[in-house]
Design a protein around this ligand. Structure first.
Ligand code: PLP
Length: 450
């Protein structure tokens, strides 16, 4: 540690309460201070180099040194650093980005609402759904169906949709009407002797039974990530999503695809709903939309959803919702440039091409005595630590994944421990040599894990 590192660490401990951190442990341990980035790599305040195997928080598609994004931000700051989009005002970057998103997302998604974060986007969606059903004269149709281990954010409404105890405990969540159903994870949740098709049928029956028990007239929407990310990386069983979509249609429920992690090529297709062959009514986008160089999220809507909301705004005189930063011109200019880079460099195609070396390389870790399952698609993966035959995770909860993540850090690879799983989600710019280097560092870390 150098002098600057020491004084920064002391100030951090003295003044900052960190998200997702044990504050008392942090006072002892201190921060890992990241000072610069270059491509898929970041460097800490001691000069140590790491491959960012998590793309930050599942988000930095274009890598950590894209000059074009810095220039887009600078140019927009000089021209118009801020303006809002309330009350008929608009700005060129927000217009161009909305247009671009309508062009990139599946054809039926035509309208866009901007927020600053994925949580705000999902909170907004909850309010939109309620606003819609009030407008349609069915005020009792307000409940949501979500899944255990699904992640939709941490604000009061989005945190309620999230199906993770750690986000609910002592926060008095869920605070909105939501039922969390079985995680679509065949390896863990499949019953003895059940085939994958049987498992899918059972989960779909669970959803339908819940709708019927609660009353279809009370269930407004189903929300899910095509592939669950932050809850532990869970790939759905065959036929699950088309089945969910059919139930939503049958019971006149909206289908919300939370593609905050999945969107823009992460799964090897432009959007996760395309990989799993379903058409959501509403889609949540964030993270790779701007490679997180600026906070930005977008909600995509069909014309049908938009029309109900729009008619009600005409009736009430306004849509009484929006953020100071909705459609922020600098964030939108950066987002637009980022999407151009993703297209010009064919990063979504690269993710599809890198799937085989990445996923196949990771599957070799199944030989490790502590690894229970390796799962993932495209450029997202999870390695779950459990006894292979009994599938029981090791005690204390999460300890092996935490140790694995710490060993990866020592070996120069940032991976993230989420519960019992070590997650990897590298920038979409990775080359085959990068993938080989990620696997080598991971292998060295796991060789030291006992
Ligand atoms: N939805 C999903 C699928 C996410 O993965 C996340 C964040 O990880 C969110 C929503 C919340 O986004 P934010 O952290 O920007 O509020």
């Amino acid at each position: 540690m150098n002098e600057l590192s020491n004084s920064l660490a002391a100030a951090d401990i003295a003044h900052q309460l960190h998200p997702y951190t044990n504050a008392r442990a942090h006072e002892e341990k201190g921060p890992m201070i990241i000072t610069r980035g270059d491509g898929i790599r970041v460097y800490d305040s001691t000069g140590k180099e790491y491959i960012e195997g998590m793309a930050g928080l599942w988000s930095v598609a274009v890598g950590f040194s894209e000059d074009r994004l810095a220039k887009a931000a600078y140019d927009q700051m000089l021209k118009l650093p801020y303006y809002h989009t309330f009350a008929h005002k608009s700005t060129e970057p927000s217009i161009r980005l909305a247009e671009k998103l309508a062009e990139m997302t599946p054809e039926h998604l035509t309208r866009c609402f901007f927020t600053n974060s994925g949580s705000e986007a999902n909170d907004t969606i909850v309010k939109m759904v309620w606003f819609m059903n009030n407008a349609l004269g069915r005020p009792e149709k307000k409940k949501f169906i979500a899944r255990h281990k699904g992640y939709h954010g941490i604000t009061v409404a989005s945190g309620s949709l999230t199906g993770l105890g750690g986000n609910h405990r002592d926060f008095d969540l869920p605070a909105i009407p939501v039922t969390h159903l079985t995680t679509p994870h065949f390896w863990r949740e499949g019953a003895e002797g059940e085939t994958e098709a049987d498992f899918t049928a059972r989960l779909l029956k669970e959803i339908e039974d819940t709708i019927l028990a609660e009353g279809p007239e009370t269930i407004a929407a189903f929300i899910g990530e095509p592939v669950i990310g932050a809850g532990g990386v869970f790939v759905p069983p065959e036929g699950y999503w088309p089945g969910v979509a059919a139930l939503c249609k049958k019971y006149d429920m909206l289908l919300i695809a939370d593609e905050v992690i999945n969107g823009f090529g992460r799964l090897g297709t432009p959007f996760g709903s395309q990989r799993y062959d379903f058409e959501p009514d509403i889609m949540t986008l964030s993270k790779q939309i701007s490679s997180s160089y600026m906070p930005l999220a977008a909600i995509m809507l069909t014309d049908a959803v938009y029309d109900v909301i729009a008619d009600n705004t005409a009736k009430l005189g306004s849509f009484g919702h929006g953020f100071t930063g909705s459609g922020h011109p600098v964030a939108c200019a950066v987002g637009l440039e980022n999407l151009k880079i993703i297209e010009e460099k064919d990063l979504m195609g690269n993710a599809a091409r890198m799937e085989a070396p990445f996923q196949e390389g990771l599957r070799k870790l199944l030989d490790h005595p502590l690894v229970g399952e390796v799962r993932g698609v495209g450029l997202i993966a999870g390695i779950e630590f459990a006894d292979k035959t009994t599938k029981v995770n090791y005690a204390p909860a999460g300890s092996v994944a935490a140790k694995a993540a710490a060993l990866c850090t020592e070996e120069g690879l940032i991976a993230r421990n989420v519960y019992e799983t070590l997650a990897l989600c590298p920038p979409l710019i990775v080359t085959e040599e990068d993938v080989a280097e990620i696997l080598a560092r991971l292998g060295r870390a796991l060789d030291r894990l006992s």
